[in-house]
Design a protein around this ligand. Structure first.
Ligand code: RB5
Length: 141
């Protein structure tokens, strides 16, 4: 898969940890910024990642900010984006199995790099279960 990745200044350091994890899992990373710890506005980067998915250039995305909250709010304003803010691997797995989440939001100021590795690996590897869950997703348009 092509995985779009975006962050703000608070997530920049963690993004550097995540890129090789995604690549080692066999995916191509499309890094849509930011590119330093200079202060930026998280909606700009959420929008870039969501547009890349909506246009079909990427199949899924990962967004990182300080709490993950701003990124998830911004991403979920896009139709056809299902962004899940996950702090551990159980919800990361369920966000794929039950919700077919196509964006993973991460909180750089909450989770450490070891936990993030587990979350990202599980989220990338888990397939949507379909069935009754598909109908619920379709209800959201
Ligand atoms: C930046 O200071 C911080 O507000 C941002 O990274 C994020 O946590 C917003 O939700």
């Amino acid at each position: 898969m092509n995985i779009a990745i975006g962050c703000d200044h608070a997530g920049f350091d963690l993004k550097k940890t995540i890129v090789p994890i995604v690549e080692q899992a066999g995916h191509t990373v499309i890094d849509l910024g930011c590119s330093s710890e200079e202060s930026v506005d998280y909606p700009d980067f959420a929008n870039r990642v969501c547009v890349a998915i909506s246009e079909g250039r990427c199949q899924r995305g990962i967004l990182i900010c300080g709490t993950g909250i701003g990124m998830s709010i911004a991403a979920n304003r896009h139709r056809h984006i299902r962004a899940a803010l996950c702090h551990e691997s159980f919800t990361a797995r369920m966000s794929r199995e039950h919700n077919d989440a196509n964006v993973l939001c991460l909180a750089a100021r909450v989770v450490g790099s070891a936990l993030v590795q587990e979350i990202v690996k599980v989220w990338l590897a888990t397939e949507f279960a379909g069935g009754r869950h598909l109908h619920r997703i379709e209800m959201m348009g």
